[in-house]
Design a protein around this ligand. Structure first.
Ligand code: ADP
Ligand code: MG
Length: 343
């Protein structure tokens, strides 16, 4: 290593860093069908393939135990991995669970965490088949790896979007981010005056979206039943704009999305306004919704047209047309991907 040179990780950011790591990583096995660069890797031979994905959750970075019940955290740790399996249009089958525990934790606390992990395993019908346990000096660490099954012809990569495809999003967006703002605000109130009780009852939906997200496996099962394969797909973990950028980069296309089509829940909207935040910015850049963002061929529109929880937010354009949000007044504003700033 060059002793003189030191580049701060913050100069590259999360995505730049992953690009740097993956630059000179090549795969050698014919069974490594898709390596770094999608929501999950794809491995195997023939038509019946497997997907594999890992997510790491760190105390103080991804969760704050002062307002996160351990049972919810256990559930969420599984759900975020299942969400990446879903984003490949695959069905999750197994998980392994790695945990790093500090001496602050009691046996009862570990049981509570596992209650949530087991609840999620039942909910998503996955088997817990292994893991690792170690002590940690830096708070609680949870690393889950999920494995899923998919037919070769049913895989949705980030790279399959074609010009004129319709861009679709499930559920509503921005709620988990606004929920986090409320949880953090109430924590500050509590820290400055411990006699004040957190006022969370007013915001059940948005705080729930932050604390107990549900991966959209329901949608994947529906796709299977109706024989629909999205041309591309990604889950919304970092924010809509950032995920659209990933699809554009992988598929070599541009996008146009429409402000009046963006799905936002009323409580999210009202609370954003209460917090002096722009609701549309929250929809575009708020993370952790764990909804699905996907593209379909126009011929498949009829199959989803009447779906109550799928929203048609725009269409895929030529790469040279760029990435735009068309506002309610008809102005095209260039999209900026912010993502999460961890470093
Ligand atoms: P997601 O948000 O869907 O979990 P990420 O942005 O975390 O996806 O990761 C994008 C891609 O980079 C994935 O293919 C992931 O496996 C890969 N990746 C992330 N971190 C590393 C790493 N440290 N080494 C190798 N591959 C990585
Ligand atoms: Mg993902």
């Amino acid at each position: 290593m060059d002793k003189e040179k030191r580049t701060e990780i913050s100069n590259l950011g999360e995505f730049g860093l992953i690009d740097m790591i993956s630059e000179d990583i090549k795969t050698n096995h014919s069974s490594s069908i898709k390596g770094i660069g999608d929501d999950a890797a794809v491995i195997g031979e023939g038509d019946d393939l497997r997907v594999v994905t890992t997510d790491l959750l760190l105390e103080g970075v991804h969760f704050d135990l002062s307002f996160t019940p351990l049972k919810h955290l256990g559930f969420k740790a599984v759900a975020v991995n299942v969400s990446d399996v879903a984003a490949m249009n695959a069905i999750p089958t197994q998980v392994t669970v790695g945990i790093g525990l500090s001496s602050r934790f009691s046996v009862e606390a570990v049981k509570e965490l596992y209650e949530g992990i087991k609840l999620a395993a039942t909910h998503y019908n996955v088997d817990i088949v292994g893991g690792d346990t170690t002590s940690s000096r830096a708070g609680l660490v949870i690393s889950i790896t999920a494995i899923g099954e998919v037919k070769k012809s049913a895989i949705s990569y980030r790279s399959g979007a074609k010009v004129n495809d319709i861009i679709c999003a499930t559920g509503d967006l921005g709620a988990a981010f606004i929920g986090l703002q409320i949880l953090e605000r109430e924590k500050q109130v509590f820290l400055s005056n411990p006699n004040m009780q957190p006022d969370l009852e007013k915001y059940p939906y948005i705080t729930g979206r932050q604390l107990k997200p549900d991966a959209r496996m329901d949608i994947i099962h529906e796709f299977k039943e109706m024989g629909l394969v999205p041309t591309s797909m990604i889950d919304v973990s970092d924010g809509l704009a950032s995920e659209l950028f990933h699809i554009c980069k992988a598929s070599d296309v541009g996008v146009a999305i429409y402000e009046d089509k963006l799905p936002i829940d009323k409580q999210t909207f009202d609370t954003a306004v209460e917090l002096n935040l722009d609701p549309i910015t929250c929809v575009l850049n708020g993370g952790e919704d764990y909804e699905l963002l996907f593209t379909i061929n126009q011929d498949d529109f009829k199959k989803l047209e009447k779906h109550p929880d799928i929203h048609f937010i725009g269409h895929v354009t030529e790469k040279d047309s760029g990435k735009y949000l068309v506002t309610k007044s008809g102005t095209a504003v260039e999209l900026k991907a912010q993502g999460w700033v961890h470093f």
